[in-house]
Design a protein around this ligand. Structure first.
Ligand code: FEO
Length: 393
């Protein structure tokens, strides 16, 4: 892509990664992503906001070919998809200083081997005058690492937010055109990397309230020219109570656990509860993570493998524990052949989740009449819990 004008003196630059399908060797990217950088021209100084993934350094450097001088490179976040080309940028512009938080400086030295004297660290709310424009740096930790900050440009009322409010979408749209599509991608992104830090994200949202934001320019996905859409979405994801939703990540080997799921899901639906089920052998874990943003209850379905839970159930449970969703209730269902410690093993993996555990239903072999009755009781228990929580009438 070539540089694109946002307003006089401010340009989008960066790279659109149409083909990337995995991030951090973990997170599916069904729609690719972008690494947005921005060029801000002051009367006195020129500023580059973030950079691009190392794999796309050549694209950024070609966009900078006709830029004679850069004074500041703002590094909001040390993760390499934004910082990865900074080494090349400061090599080309010997006068440029990398502007970042103190924590980011340590990380950038560790990750990029940048020399100490190339940094200018900034405190929370510190400003830098670039001539006709003043940059204000607002520390917003944990969006997505502890060192992160955002930049406020008062004159233009633009917030440069890096990962905060971002969405993994490859697109030629400079601005959001399809809110539904961006909502889904931004929610996916939130659930995968920011949900674990919900309370801090809430503080960060509060910190931004005094600013009359006209535009949010993130470092992934299109720019928000109607920012209330994404700010409201974040408030909902972070602050709202969980919904009347049960999420069932499960795996089945010879269909016994699957038969239990096939019985339980309509039983829950009949009681007025929404259910989303994910076969962990084939599911997009981003979809699972997204569903956990809203879920009140998780029910893990697992067969027993060599005495313990199936490794994919371990993976799903570990992931849910890592993401720390707002979920309030949890149970386990599954089948075993001759002996099992599946529940005990999974119970030891949910230390981050503040949940009431509802009696598991673990059966021997294929489900029989009495097992279906136990699943009915489980559905009743979930409905009762949801009613107590005020989310099921
Ligand atoms: Fe887009 Fe946390 O990096």
């Amino acid at each position: 892509m070539i540089p694109r004008k946002i307003t006089e003196g401010i340009q989008w630059i960066g790279a659109v990664d149409w083909d990337r399908r995995l991030f951090d060797s973990l997170i599916p990217l069904p729609d690719g992503t972008s690494y947005n950088a921005y060029l801000i021209q002051g009367n006195d100084k020129t500023v580059l906001v973030d950079s691009v993934d190392p794999s796309m350094t050549h694209i950024l450097m070609s966009q900078l070919e006709k830029v004679p001088r850069i004074d500041y490179v703002i590094s909001h976040h040390a993760e390499q998809d934004h910082s990865g080309a900074i080494g090349k940028v400061v090599e080309k512009y010997p006068e440029a200083k990398v502007v970042c938080t103190k924590k980011a400086k340590v990380m950038l030295i560790d990750l990029l081997l940048l020399p100490e004297d190339r940094f200018k660290t900034v405190e929370d709310s510190e400003t830098v005058d670039i001539g006709g424009r003043i940059l204000k740096f607002i520390h917003t930790p944990w969006v997505h690492w502890p060192e992160t900050m955002v930049t406020w440009l008062e004159e233009d009322k633009i917030l440069f937010s890096c990962d905060f409010f971002g969405s993994h979408i490859a697109t030629t749209d400079l601005y959001v055109t399809d809110e539904g599509r961006v909502y889904e991608a931004a929610k996916r992104y939130f659930s995968e990397i920011m949900m674990p830090f919900r309370t801090i994200i809430a503080d960060n949202l509060k910190k931004l309230e005094p600013y009359d934001i006209k535009m949010i320019a993130p470092s992934h996905g299109p720019i928000y020219d109607k920012p209330s859409f994404i700010i409201d979405a974040y408030k909902d994801w972070v602050l709202s109570e969980p919904r009347n939703l049960v999420v069932i990540p499960y795996v089945s080997m010879h269909s016994s656990t699957r038969k239990m799921i096939d019985y339980l899901v309509p039983a829950l639906a009949e009681r007025g509860i929404e259910v989303q089920q994910f076969d962990l052998a084939v599911s997009d874990i981003g979809k699972l993570a997204m569903s956990l943003v809203d879920a009140a209850t998780i029910i893990v379905g697992t067969p027993t493998v060599i005495g313990g839970p199936h490794p994919l159930a371990v993976y799903g449970t570990y992931l849910a524990n890592l993401l720390r969703p707002k979920v309030k209730f949890l149970s386990v269902i599954g089948s075993y052949g001759w002996g099992t410690k599946a529940v005990e093993t999974l119970a030891g993996m949910i230390g981050n989740l503040k949940v009431d555990v509802i009696n598991p239903v673990i059966i021997k072999g294929v489900p029989k009449e009495e097992d279906f009755k136990s699943l009915d009781k489980l559905a009743d228990a979930v409905a009762a819990k949801h009613r107590e929580a005020g989310i099921l009438p």
